[in-house]
Design a protein around this ligand. Structure first.
Ligand code: PRP
Ligand code: URA
Length: 217
């Protein structure tokens, strides 16, 4: 059993695959270099994406093998969309693209309003005719849940109906908050960590994901 479900969080899936968990421990380690950190994020995302895409709808297409013609299973509908939340979400795009090289890549930029502490949308670019596409929103960290909720709010506002959220670490506080706002959106993570600290960082966590991916600290 590589997926763990928690009775309290019905839309949350923790992927417990041994290789993924081993890589996650290496990712968390403070001694891990910037180069290794990015490589582990990519590998972890690939394994998460494998699970998060397991219910994509299928159809069949006639293909000719060297021996005969048959109805081969293929993905149905328009290309899927990967939506990283800037900035740290960008670190997860390569892992998704290794599995789904034709997926479209959209972007959303959020910053926190200093007075209200609410995430504000400063950039949003998605493909045309997105309403019927499946969106995979990605961000390594679901901490308070504010950024994830704001990104999904924005997608729903423009009519997107099929959304999955993929992160590396989630906090119980964040999942509770997210599930209350978006019970219809499944969340896949490598770990449900223990708690948030007073500054909104996940414990035991991995530190600031954006700074570790981009080497800005
Ligand atoms: C981090 C992280 C999420 C957000 C999670 O981004 O990548 O986007 O915090 O926190 P929340 O669940 O409380 O909203 P940050 O704002 O540090 O920006 P960055 O990606 O540019 O580092
Ligand atoms: N954002 C991060 O990058 N790390 C955390 O622990 C929480 C939010």
């Amino acid at each position: 059993m590589t997926i763990k479900q928690y009775p309290k969080f019905k839309n949350f899936y923790e992927v417990r695959h041994p290789l993924l968990q081993h890589k996650l421990s290496l990712l968390r380690d403070v001694k891990t270099t910037k180069k290794e950190f990015k490589e582990f994020i990519t590998e972890i995302t690939l394994l998460l994406a494998y699970e998060a895409t397991k219910d994509l709808p299928m159809t069949t297409k006639k293909i000719k093998t060297p021996l005969e013609t048959f109805d081969a299973p293929v993905l149905e509908g328009q290309k899927q969309v990967i939506l990283p939340i800037l900035r740290a979400g960008i670190g997860m795009v390569d892992g998704f693209l290794m599995l789904m090289p034709s997926a479209r890549v959209a972007h959303i930029g959020l910053f926190r309003d200093e007075k209200t502490l609410e995430p504000q949308n400063y950039y949003f670019k998605i493909p045309p005719s997105s309403k019927n596409r499946h969106f995979f929103v990605c961000d390594p960290m679901l901490a308070t849940g504010g950024s994830a909720i704001a990104a999904v709010n924005q997608l729903k506002k423009v009519g997107v109906k099929r959304i999955t959220f993929v992160c590396v670490l989630a906090s119980p506080e964040g999942i509770k908050h997210f599930s209350k706002e978006h019970p219809d959106v499944l969340v896949f993570a490598a770990s449900l960590d223990r708690q948030l600290n007073e500054k909104g960082y996940i414990l035991p966590g991995l530190g600031d994901a954006g700074d570790r991916i981009f080497g800005t600290k």
